[in-house]
Design a binder for this molecule. Structure first.
Ligand code: BDR
Ligand code: CA
Length: 305
């Protein structure tokens, strides 16, 4: 079992990642940390609370960073709606957020289990950068940092920049240079991990209330992807990270040296990847996924709810 802390900004695809991590027998989900990204942190925290409550996922939820390190804040209502999780009427949570500071929680878990905790970060990297700045001695004690972010061939908020990186490029740059054992799921692979409308309709018929609600939420997400990008099929970006920890054979990888552009006028927030491998790699990048097997795994796991 992989022990993970999930850092997220739910978010429709984050929500699927939470459900997947919350049910898989291969994953021991120790806690969820929210971050501002798809919406403001009060919203992403509330969404994490209601998802774990409805899914009976018994894990603590901590509230993380409300603002990026340096840049002005951006959120993504065009994709996820104002609440960050628009499309179905979710009740307000009765579950309460933890009082403990999220960085102390993360540090404590790593100290208790050196080399045995994996951080999964599927929102802007603000919290992870703060972890690296506050506890540089613990970075090498983290088993793996798995992120969804960046793009080799294309961006999604700017021609060259992907949302999670663009929302806090300075944090991402700190994270890429902190010395983590880093695995990256860029847009190049997550845009292969699409869920199609017939599959979403199937999910809506699942007997579990939270999973059928998830199907309704994904219909909204499918529509916004069509409206904004004119593509058919909603990319399940964030669940790729969890699917990888459950079944790594679903993906193909290559190691690269990569940096984050923080000065470029046209390229601010781009992940600049050394395609020809001139430099010694600092990260492992997922490049391909078997979509059919990915959806099969997702459905098998969600059926357990
Ligand atoms: C990433 O941005 C967010 O909108 C999604 O949740 C995902 O983490 C994709 O660029
Ligand atoms: Ca996300």
């Amino acid at each position: 079992k992989r022990k993970i802390i999930l850092d997220c900004d739910p978010g429709h695809d984050d929500a699927v990642a939470i459900l997947l991590a919350g049910i898989s027998e291969k994953i021991d989900l120790l806690g969820i940390v929210s971050v501002a990204g798809n919406s403001y942190v009060e919203n992403t925290t509330r969404n994490a609370l209601i998802l774990t409550e409805m899914g009976k996922i018994n894990v603590p939820v901590f509230q993380g960073s409300a603002k990026p390190l340096i840049r002005d804040q951006i959120v993504a209502p065009d994709i996820h709606g104002e609440s960050g999780l628009e499309g179905a009427n979710l009740p307000l949570p009765t579950k309460k957020v933890e009082e403990k500071n999220y960085l102390e929680f993360m540090a404590e878990k790593v100290k208790e289990n050196p080399g045995k905790i994996t951080f999964v970060a599927v929102g802007p990297l603000t919290n992870i950068a703060k972890f690296a700045l506050n506890y540089p001695e613990l970075v090498s004690q983290v088993e793996e940092l798995v992120i969804m972010g960046g793009g080799i061939e294309f961006g999604n908020v700017k021609p060259r920049a992907e949302f999670n990186i663009y929302a806090d490029p300075e944090a991402a740059q700190i994270v890429f240079n902190a010395g983590f054992n880093l695995t990256v799921f860029p847009l190049d692979v997550t845009h292969q991990a699409k869920i199609h409308m017939n599959e979403i309709k199937e999910m809506q018929k699942f007997s579990s209330e939270i999973v059928s609600k998830m199907g309704i939420l994904l219909e909204f997400f499918h529509q916004t992807y069509y409206d904004v990008f004119k593509i058919e099929g909603a990319p399940l970006h964030d669940p790729c990270t969890i699917a990888y920890l459950i079944k790594p054979e679903l993906f193909e990888f290559k190691e690269y040296y990569a940096q984050v552009e923080v000065k470029g006028e046209l390229t601010y927030g781009e992940t600049v990847v050394d395609y020809w491998q001139f430099e010694k790699p600092n990260s492992k990048w997922a490049l391909k996924v078997n979509r059919e097997e990915f959806i099969k795994l997702l459905f098998e796991e969600l059926k357990k709810y």
